[in-house]
Structure formats: C-alpha cells, structure tokens
Write a protein that binds this ligand. Structure first.
Ligand code: ADP
Ligand code: ZN
Length: 218
C-alpha cells in the first residue's frame, strides 16, 4: 500500500506519518527530511536545494524527483509519503514511480492562522529528527529529546516570515493537486486540527474501511 499524506506546512504530516509508519509497519518517506539530510551532508543535490529551502520556495522538481525515486526504489511492501508530491508534475512522475501499486491520499486540512501559530511552537531534535510542540507535545525535559537525549532546535524556515511564504507557495503551487486526486477518486479529508491520536485513528478507519469495501466488492 502507498499512502500519501497531503496538506499545508505544519498540518502534522510528519508527526502523523511517524505514528502511522509504526502502526502499519511501513516506512515513512519525508521529502523534507531527505532534503535536509542532503543539505547537511553537502551532496551536490543538497547544495543546489539549500537556497530554495531557506526562502521557503519549492526545490526544483528535477532535484526532488531524483531523490524520492532513489529512496522508494525497492520498497516492495509500500510506504507512506510526507511532503511529496507538491506540484502537479511531481504527482504525475509519482504515478510512474509507483507503476501499478494502489494508493490513497489523505488530505489533512487546517486554517492558515492555526498553522502559523503551530509552526512557531514546533521544535525538532537535531539528532534524530523527532518532532515536538511546546504546548501539545512537549518533551519531558525542556530542550531535550525524549527518544535520544539530543538537543531540540527551531527550524530556520519555521520563522514567521518564511512560514507565510511556505503557506503562500502551498496555496498557489501545491493545492491544485487536490483536484487531480479528487478526480481519481483517491482523496480523503481529515481535520488536521484534531488531537494527534484522533487523526491517526480516523486515518486507520478510513484505510481499513476501504480494504473492507474492496473485499466485499470482489
Ligand atoms: P513542511 O511540510 O512543514 O513545509 P518540509 O520539511 O516538508 O516542511 O519541507 C521543507 C522545505 O523543503 C520546503 O519548504 C521546500 O523548500 C522543500 N521541499 C520539501 N518537499 C518538497 C517537494 N516535494 N518539492 C519541492 N520542494 C520540497
Ligand atoms: Zn532525538
């Protein structure tokens, strides 16, 4: 199964994806994490991606498609995608990458004001990438990761000015994909402002429900 988590920056794709990945026992592929890893390791693609990310702009399709393709090749039992696709062109490329495996798209929805506030309170572990929220998912010890004891930091692109740019890019370049998937009949919406566990349960119900239907239909 391929599950695509779709939604604006800060809506919780990464956090929800981490839980679902453990629950369903399939890997989570986050385009943002792949990019940040490449930037950190100063790979050729990473060096080219860096300036786009700092501005809150999208990295050129050609770069990210290459990275995602490499990452999912050989994942026979499926995967969860977070942050990809983000343009219509990426969505079309993904069809080819997945060839004929079935997939579903979960659209996590929330208002911009809610997302701006949430991103300002997001903290990430420098070591393992675990995601925290100062109010909703605080670490046990301030500034320290529960999982690996690494230091927590605020992503540079989570500053309000860059967040606003990312949201505007989302509305102009990424949101149109919703129609593409709606037409294909694979889109399900979930309220991204609900508590984390509720969202995870809703998504699990929606996917289960679907496989039930498929079985009954056969
Ligand atoms: P968020 O979903 O919170 O915006 P991500 O970690 O997914 O954060 O992405 C961070 C940045 O990485 C984006 O602002 C963009 O520059 C780049 N990026 C991630 N995924 C893609 C993609 N599929 N296409 C183009 N750029 C991407
Ligand atoms: Zn950690």
């Amino acid at each position: 199964m391929v599950l695509i988590l779709f939604g604006a920056p800060g809506v919780g794709k990464g956090t929800v994806g981490t839980h679902l990945s453990k629950n369903l026992n399939i890997p989570l592929i986050s385009s943002g994490d792949i990019l940040r890893r490449n930037v950190k390791e100063e790979t050729e693609l990473g060096n080219r991606a860096k300036s786009f990310m700092e501005k809150g702009a999208l990295v050129p399709d050609e770069i990210i498609i290459k990275m995602v393709k490499e990452e999912v090749s050989g994942l026979k039992k499926g995967f969860i995608l977070d942050g990809f696709p983000r343009t219509l062109n990426q969505a079309e490329e993904l069809e080819m990458i997945m060839s004929n495996s079935s997939y579903q798209v979960i659209h996590l929805e929330a208002q911009d004001n809610f997302l701006i506030k949430r991103l300002s309170e997001r903290r990430i572990c420098k070591n393992c990438g675990a995601i925290y929220h100062l109010v909703n998912i605080p670490p046990e010890r301030e500034g320290i990761c529960d999982c690996c004891r690494g230091p927590l930091y605020q992503r540079e692109d989570d500053q309000e000015k860059v967040v606003k740019e990312r949201l505007s890019v989302f509305h102009s370049e990424t949101k149109p994909i919703v129609n593409y998937y709606r037409k294909k009949g694979v889109l399900k919406s979930v309220d991204g402002s609900l508590p984390l566990q509720k969202i995870v349960n809703l998504i699990k119900e929606k996917i289960d429900h679907d496989s039930d239907k498929e079985q009954k239909g056969n």
